[in-house]
Design a protein around this ligand. Structure first.
Ligand SMILES: Nc1ncnc2c1ncn2[C@@H]1O[C@H](COP(=O)(O)OP(=O)(O)OP(=O)(O)O)[C@@H](O)[C@H]1O
Ligand SMILES: [Mg+2]
Length: 256
């Protein structure tokens, strides 16, 4: 159920320059996200995945290349794009509810309507009862759920997720992934999610993009042909395991 391009990266390269040295994080990345699709991005640690996500979110200006949001160049952060960072992104002095309300306040929507929306989002991610808890009072998984609710607050069309559940145990991660898929199906968002787990990528995505080691470039695109809903019985399907293997191979080939 995907259609026209919504976010495009064209010939992106990025070099971090510090006083002491230059690091080329991305070499040449072009990609297109179509409306409604769920894409996973996998690649070895340090290959530039977070850098790419920050560029796609308009938070970092690439050294070369450009990003297009629909038919306009992206010039900076945009309310149509929500992002969940790899870690530590909640404001510690704000409660869960206040964290989720933040984008609404920044968009000039304070007040009771914003509070109601924030409350509803926290319920959607299963955090009713924790609205007034501070981040330090929440588990890692709960904090990431708050971050997800916050990313959804301004009702973005695109969600960029940077290993949102990577630090969690496998069972919690699987539950949160299920929640994410339900949310994606219900709200018809476009999702690009970074993960280093190839099983997770094969289970979640319509399409998996594989990156090479730094400086990162895309080395493969693997379509995931399985219909949805995808049940827990995937582990018993040879076709699923073959897909996982194909992603793994692509990662290996890029690792030369
Ligand atoms: N702010 C920065 N200043 C200088 N170098 C940076 C900065 N951020 C990242 N880098 C470098 O850019 C490269 C890519 O980093 P990035 O965080 O994008 O990788 P990643 O693929 O997200 O890794 P991981 O899987 O470990 O999260 C790394 O070599 C890193 O050292
Ligand atoms: Mg990263």
């Amino acid at each position: 159920m995907t259609d026209r391009p919504i976010l495009m990266a064209r010939h992106i390269a990025h070099c971090y320059r510090t006083a002491r040295r230059e690091v080329w994080a991305l070499r040449e990345v072009s990609l297109t996200l179509r409306r409604g699709e769920f894409v996973c991005l996998v690649g070895p640690s340090g290959c530039g995945k977070t850098t790419l996500l920050r560029i796609l979110a308009g938070l970092l200006h690439p050294t070369r290349g450009e990003v297009w949001l629909r038919d306009q160049p992206l010039r900076g952060p945009d309310r149509r794009i929500g992002i969940v960072f790899q870690k530590d992104s909640l404001l510690p002095w704000r409660t869960a509810l206040e964290n989720v309300r933040l984008p609404l306040e920044l968009a000039g929507r304070p007040g009771p309507e914003a509070a109601r929306r924030a409350q509803a989002l926290l319920e959607q991610v299963g955090l009713q009862g924790f609205e007034h808890a501070y981040p330090r009072e929440l588990s890692g998984g709960m904090q990431q759920r708050v971050a997800l609710a916050r990313a959804l607050a301004a009702d973005p069309e695109i969600l960029l997720l940077d290993e949102p559940f990577a630090t969690l145990d496998a069972i919690t991660r699987e539950r949160l992934n299920e929640m994410l898929v339900e949310l994606w199906e219900r709200e018809r968002k476009t999702v690009l999610m970074v993960t280093h787990d190839v099983h997770e990528a094969a289970w979640l995505a319509d399409r998996v993009l594989v990156m090479s080691p730094r400086p990162g470039t895309l080395v493969a695109e693997i379509q995931i042909p399985f219909p949805r809903p995808r049940g827990a019985d995937r582990w018993s399907h040879p076709a699923f395991l073959q897909t996982v293997w194909a992603i793994r191979q692509a990662l290996g080939n890029g690792g030369g």
